[in-house]
Design a protein around this ligand. Structure first.
Ligand SMILES: NC(=O)c1ccc[n+]([C@@H]2O[C@H](COP(=O)([O-])OP(=O)(O)OC[C@H]3O[C@@H](n4cnc5c(N)ncnc54)[C@H](OP(=O)(O)O)[C@@H]3O)[C@@H](O)[C@H]2O)c1
Length: 351
């Protein structure tokens, strides 16, 4: 069937970065009958609660953007939570939708499903062709299970359960807590704080810390902020310290482009019932972290020094998705990296 006007769409994870962008996009396209539940209202790991929810709500289409998500540190520290919660959320929502007779569902996966030593750019055919990156293997295994669950239901039950594998996302709704943020929000915040320090605007630094969480000690040191955030050291030129060499290549997609891709796929893509039902979503273009940082530095307007701490790991040298399949389906991203970064910085300043 697909996504068609007038449908009642359940967006699981609507307060998350991706779920919120999908809700905005659905609303912009005239889908006003959107069903949402917070984690507190409906714990998707609870099979009975999810089953009751589907039994009582009339829903035509499901977007599964709820997941336990985190960076390397969280994945490494809490592997059991990552595999358990994601498997449960997926299994409950996918099976609940099927039991209710819902034909259409979109599952959000991740590019970490591909093997650690995957040829670049990473094509859909590379799934299950090698060992996964050990640090997030439990999370990746759950995501692969989600894809395979959708494909199995399509094959056996004739559903149209599709999956999309986003590259690194950034934009409105991103997490700016420096302890666990992704690359782009971390760099944006570091440059912004350094700019405020060079303007000796202590009040705005303190406001930023209240809004976006504690500033780690090494960043305070770099910008000359006292340990208790109450003063700026005199005569210190603020500098920004970035992790790694700056030479690792990464791909970044604006979250509004991701939302647009989700709707495009839901409306237009109907793979055969026995064919793979997942697509990569990215820009198909990567840049070095150093290049991205330089773009952000210019947008933020920081004129001081940037230092690369090469003692910190770079991670995989290159990670880029092969996006030819989704491009062949008629989808292209709208935002250039520059325009997307400007938009992300504006959101950061306003929230
Ligand atoms: N952000 C990225 O760069 C990126 C990249 C690739 C793939 N993805 C994928 O995109 C999806 C969404 O990611 P995101 O960045 O939007 O994550 P996010 O901001 O952390 O949001 C996750 C959402 O899931 C909900 N949730 C988590 N556990 C739940 C539970 N047990 N019951 C009900 N709701 C629960 C949360 O609800 P509450 O807000 O109510 O707590 C939250 O709204 C994930 O599948 C992720 O793997 C994201």
């Amino acid at each position: 069937m697909g996504l068609i006007p007038g449908q009642r769409v359940y967006v699981a994870g609507h307060r998350g970065m991706v779920g919120a962008a999908i809700v905005r996009k659905l609303q912009a396209e005239g889908f006003n009958d959107i069903v949402t539940r917070t984690h507190h209202e409906l714990d998707l790991t609870n099979q009975a609660a999810v089953s009751d929810f589907f039994a009582t709500e009339a829903i035509d289409n499901v977007v599964l953007a709820a997941a336990k998500v985190g960076g390397i540190h969280a994945n490494n520290s809490y592997p059991a939570e990552f595999i358990y919660q994601n498997l449960m959320i997926q299994a409950n929502v996918i099976h609940g939708a099927y039991k209710k007779g819902i034909k259409d569902l979109l599952f959000l996966g991740s590019s970490c499903i591909y093997p650690k030593l995957c040829p670049q750019p990473m094509a859909e055919e590379s799934l299950l062709s090698g060992y996964l990156e050990p640090t997030n293997e439990p999370y990746a295994v759950a995501k692969i299970a989600g894809i395979k669950m959708c494909e199995s239901y399509n094959r056996q039950y004739g559903t149209r359960y599709l999956s999309v594998m986003p590259t690194n996302l950034y934009g409105p709704g991103d997490n700016y807590h420096l302890e666990n943020s992704h690359v782009i929000p971390a760099i944006i915040r570091k440059y912004h704080l350094a700019k405020l320090a060079s303007e000796r605007d202590l009040e705005s630094i303190q406001d930023d810390e209240k809004k976006y969480g504690a500033i780690p000690a090494d960043i305070k040191k770099g910008i000359g902020l006292s340990a208790d955030s109450t003063s700026l050291l005199p005569q210190q030129e603020p500098k920004v310290v970035l992790w790694g060499s700056g030479r690792a290549c990464r791909e970044f997609l604006h979250v509004d482009d991701m939302a647009a891709a989700c709707l495009h796929v839901m409306k237009n893509w109907s793979p055969a019932a026995d064919a793979p039902s997942f697509l990569n979503v990215g820009t198909g273009v990567d840049a070095t972290i150093g290049e991205v940082a330089e773009q952000i530095r210019r947008i933020v307007g920081f004129t001081g020094e940037t230092v690369y701490d090469a003692s910190k790991p770079d991670g995989t040298p290159r990670k880029l998705l092969d996006t030819r399949r989704i491009n062949d389906q008629g989808w292209q991203p709208f935002f250039s990296l520059d325009a997307g970064l400007k938009n992300a910085y504006e959101w950061y300043l306003q929230h």
